[in-house]
Structure formats: structure tokens, C-alpha cells
Design a protein around this ligand. Structure first.
Ligand code: HEM
Length: 501
């Protein structure tokens, strides 16, 4: 009763008494049935081509609630009250709040919040992690990984070229699965260097694990489901054990190499272990092997589907807007030259300004992560509203990026030139003095650690593809953006690639 009725009532009343409006609590399931119905309806229809007004399809519930309630309101994630915030300066305040007063909301928290209410603080533990991991993503270090990025891209385009014969120079591929493969290869090589084949194996297993977890997620309301010996759960356990076994082996070997002074630390795992050792020597304590394993697993989830989502939508949008495809290719050819053997270095990628503008505009219209979630584990006050412990806060990134009041009347148009003077001047009223309402990588202390990595990878991939192929949508393509994990094309992204001479 406390869990399903009294607590939700109490938390709801505390929020309403401060003037927050929104949905009334429906016992246990909250707004999930409505959410499921709206999602089903939205998913049954594709959008017209070139329509970028995607929030009603991709996030129908939040889109509708924002329309009806304005910039801040209550809805219910099962028995957990959820406050959605869309006002950019409030979003910045919540994201910048240091050291976990607004904790990240994770899958594991759903169960904890459903069954025990609020769990303990994880913020401080995370802050230490972040200090150790950050050096591995330093730009100077990432630059050294560029040849590995280039090798993966070359393998991909070479493969396509060998399929495009002299008689028929056009091939059709589903770029969503191709980009997942590319991003998987890049992260395997970047994370594990010369052991990347083992890395790839780990990531394949993790991919399978993710799919099985989606199946389990559908049954989340059934307490204890995770521990039942179903076939899915048995396979999940098996995968977890196999991944751990491989990772433990890799880590032990690397640590040994580092200790004996013969380690190479040009990949993420090496850099992470090196930083960890320095931290231990400095008396700051370090990560345990289990924690290092956790970070390696995170690289897969955080780094594969996000970047492939960005690259996929970029290719789709460049087909829909051939004038931008042309401009981007001209720039690539000018900066890189047409010789397919030369691989771009950091300075080259940095000079690709049109390509950068295109990527930002795609991240605005089609952000791979469509919403960011936080929760309060103790009472918090922001902007005059007191949030009791146990409230979830949702930042609907996609809806903010599609807000006409913020971006102007052309909000749903693909206009990369709005980023010509950088992100802070991209909005209708952007003076450059206030932070922009642009959150594809989150913000504050937990901002995406891999954003430079992702942008370098995307620029490299796009440059190598545009230089050798022209892109056109296949008649089979249906425009159906859908957030399952990442924003992805529901029916694939079939694109015709024509080899350029
Ligand atoms: C276009 C590509 C990417 C996008 C749009 C993206 C987006 C994000 C966002 C929005 C967050 C913050 C989530 C939150 O605050 O709750 C995040 C966190 C994170 N991202 Fe990315 N990401 C991308 C690529 C990558 C890559 C390539 C890596 C690693 C190689 C990576 C590693 C991480 C990690 C480790 C975190 C957690 C940081 C923390 O909690 O301290 N991301 N990402």
C-alpha cells in the first residue's frame, strides 16, 4: 500500500501544492498504459519524407503533455512521479547540479524505486570514477586513435566498393546496420587496441545482452522476474559470465604489461589502467577490476548505438537534402583531396566546417538520446520548487530541440547554417552569452565523456563515405524515427550508394 498508493499520493500532493500541474496518479501503472497506446498508434504510421517534425511520432506522450501543460508538469512512471522540465535554463541548472544531488536515473533504479523507494547515494562514487576515466578521453589521446578510426572506415567503404561492380555501380544497403557495424568496430579498436578481435566478441555478446534486456524490460512490473530461471534470463547470465571472463583476461594481461613497463597505452583500456595506477600512487584509491569491467561494458552501450544513430540520420538527411550533400562533399574533396588512399588527420577533420554544421543540425533534429533522466535521493530545491526524495526528473531533449519558441519559426527545417557561428549563436535569440538549449550530449559534470570521440568518428566516417559515394534514398525507405534506446529508423535506413570516380 505504501509503495503503490500512499507514497505516490504524498509525493504527488507535495508537488501539486507548489503549483505544478499534470496528470493524476492511476494506481500502479501510472501513465504507462497511455504511453503504450500512444506509442503503438504513432508507430503504426510513417512520416512523409523530409518531415522533421518528429516529436509527435517519437515521443507522443511527452509531446502531448507539453502541449497541454506547458513547460513543466507531473506525469507518472508507474508509481514514480516524474516531473518533466523543458525550460533551458532550468535544464542547465539540473544538469549542472554537482555530485549527484540529482542522480542519474538508470535501469536498475526503476526496480529499486518501484520496490524500495529511494536508494543510497551513488554520486560520490561516480565522481571518483569520472576523475579516473576523464584522462582516457583527453583530446590529445583521441588524436592518436584516428588511424584506427580511419582503418575501420576504409574497410567499410572498400567493402561497398567491391560490391559495386563496373556494370552496376549502385548498391543498396541498410545504413543503420552498416553504421552499427562501423561504430562497433571503431569502439573495439579504440578500446582494446591490438586485442580488438576479442573486444569485438565482447561487444557482440553485449549487443545480444541488450536485446534480451529489452525483452525483460517489458515485464518490469512483475517483481522478481529478473531472478526467474527463464531461457532469456539463463542466456543473460551466461553472456555476463563470458564477457567478464574475457575482460578479466584482457585487464590482467594489460596490468602486467604496464607494471613491467612494456605496456602500450594508446587505447581506452590502456589509458584507463594507466590513469588508475597514477590515481592509486597518488593515494586517491583506484578502481577495482570489477569497476574497470563496468567501464569497458559502458563504452559499448554508450559508444556504439549513439554514434551509429548520428551517422545514420546524417546519411538519411543528406539524401533528403541533396544540396547539403553536395556542399559537404565539395568541402571534403577540397580539404582531403580525392585520392582514396590519403587518410584524414586531426587538422583535416577540424577544417570540415560544413560537415560539422550538418552534424550539429542532425543532432538537434534527431538527437540519438531523446531524453535524459535524473532522480532525487534527498529533498532538493531548484528554482523555487522543492522536490521530495523519490521524484524522477525528465529532460525531453528532442522536444526542447523542436521548440519553436526557442529555435524560431523554422524549427523543423533542416538548416545547418544556423550553426555557422557556433552552437551558442544558433538559436533565434542566441546572443552567445547564455548557454544554448542544445543537449545532445547532456550537460554539467555528467556530460557525455565521449563527445569529442563521437564527433571525430562521425566526421571521419562521413568524409570517407562522401568522398567515394553519392547517396540517394531507396524507394523502400520509410521515414519512421523511433526511440528504442537510441533514436533509430524503425524500418531500417535503405540507401542507394553510387560509386564516384
Ligand atoms: C553521437 C554520439 C553520442 C551521443 C549523442 C551521446 C550522448 C550522451 C548523453 C546525452 C550522455 C549523458 C546522459 C545523462 O546525463 O544521463 C552521455 C553519457 C556518456 N557517454 Fe555519450 N554519447 C555519444 C557518444 C559516446 C561515445 C562514443 C562514448 C565512448 C566511447 C560515450 C561515452 C559516454 C559515457 C561513458 C557516458 C556517461 C558519463 C557519466 O555518466 O559520467 N558516448 N552520452
Amino acid at each position: 500500500l505504501e509503495w503503490a498508493w500512499w507514497r505516490p499520493r504524498r509525493l504527488g500532493a507535495a508537488l501539486r501544492s507548489q503549483g505544478l500541474r499534470g496528470r493524476a496518479y492511476r494506481p500502479l501503472a501510472g501513465d504507462e498504459p497511455l504511453n503504450a497506446r500512444l506509442n503503438r498508434e504513432a508507430r503504426s504510421r510513417a512520416l512523409p519524407l523530409r518531415c522533421h517534425d518528429i516529436a509527435p511520432r517519437a515521443m507522443p506522450l511527452l509531446h502531448q503533455l507539453i502541449r497541454d501543460n506547458g513547460e513543466m508538469f507531473i506525469s507518472w512512471f508507474g508509481p514514480v512521479p516524474r516531473v518533466t522540465i523543458t525550460k533551458p535554463d532550468l535544464v542547465h541548472k539540473v544538469l549542472s547540479n554537482k555530485f549527484g544531488h540529482f542522480e542519474k536515473f538508470m535501469f536498475s533504479h526503476v526496480l529499486k524505486m518501484l520496490h524500495n523507494g529511494v536508494s543510497s547515494q551513488e554520486g560520490e562514487k561516480w565522481a571518483k570514477h569520472r576523475r579516473i576515466i576523464n584522462p582516457a578521453f583527453h583530446l590529445e589521446k583521441l588524436k592518436r586513435m584516428l588511424p584506427a578510426f580511419a582503418a575501420c572506415c576504409t574497410e567499410l567503404v572498400d567493402g561497398w566498393e567491391s560490391m559495386a561492380t563496373r556494370d552496376d555501380e549502385t548498391i543498396e544497403v541498410d545504413v543503420w546496420s552498416e553504421m552499427q557495424r562501423l561504430a562497433g568496430d571503431v569502439i573495439s579498436r579504440a578500446a582494446f587496441g591490438s586485442s580488438y578481435l576479442e573486444g569485438r566478441k565482447i561487444f557482440e555478446l553485449q549487443g545480444e545482452q541488450a536485446k534480451l534486456t529489452v525483452l525483460v524490460l517489458n515485464k518490469i512490473y512483475f517483481p522478481g522476474y529478473l531472478s526467474l530461471p527463464t531461457r532469456t534470463n539463463r542466456r543473460r547470465k551466461q553472456i555476463a559470465a563470458e564477457v567478464e571472463r574475457i575482460l578479466k583476461g584482457l585487464i590482467a594481461k594489460r596490468e602486467e604489461d604496464l607494471r613491467s613497463g612494456q605496456g602500450t597505452s594508446d587505447d581506452l583500456l590502456g589509458l584507463l589502467l594507466e590513469s588508475n595506477m597514477a590515481h592509486r600512487r597518488g593515494g586517491g584509491g583506484g578502481l577495482m577490476t570489477d569497476e574497470v569491467i563496468g567501464e569497458c561494458k559502458l563504452f559499448y552501450f554508450a559508444g556504439t548505438e549513439t554514434t551509429s544513430s548520428l551517422l545514420t540520420w546524417t546519411m538519411v538527411l543528406l539524401c533528403m537534402h541533396p544540396e547539403w550533400q553536395h556542399r559537404a562533399r565539395e568541402e571534403v574533396l577540397q580539404v582531403l583531396g580525392s585520392s582514396s588512399s590519403s587518410t584524414p588527420d586531426y587538422d583535416c577533420l577540424n577544417r570540415l566546417r560544413t560537415v560539422s554544421m550538418v552534424l550539429y543540425e542532425v543532432l538537434r533534429l534527431y538527437p540519438p538520446i531523446t531524453a535524459i533522466h535524473r532522480r532525487t535521493y534527498k529533498p532538493m530545491e531548484v528554482d523555487g520548487i522543492r522536490y521530495p526524495a523519490g521524484v524522477m526528473l525528465t529532460i525531453p531533449v528532442l522536444c526542447i530541440h523542436h521548440d519553436k519558441d526557442v529555435w524560431g519559426a523554422d524549427v523543423h527545417e533542416f538548416r545547418p547554417e544556423r550553426f555557422a557561428d557556433g552552437i551558442s549563436k544558433a538559436t533565434a535569440s542566441g546572443s552567445g552569452n547564455t548557454p544554448a538549449p542544445f543537449f545532445p550530449f547532456g550537460g554539467g559534470p555528467r556530460v557525455c565523456i565521449g563527445q569529442n570521440f563521437a564527433l571525430l568518428e562521425a566526421k571521419m566516417g562521413l568524409a570517407m563515405i562522401l568522398r567515394r559515394f553519392s547517396l540517394e534514398l531507396s524507394p523502400a525507405y520509410k521515414h519512421a524515427p523511433l526511440p528504442i534506446g537510441m533514436l533509430q529508423p524503425q524500418h531500417g535506413a535503405q540507401i542507394k550508394l553510387r560509386r564516384l570516380h
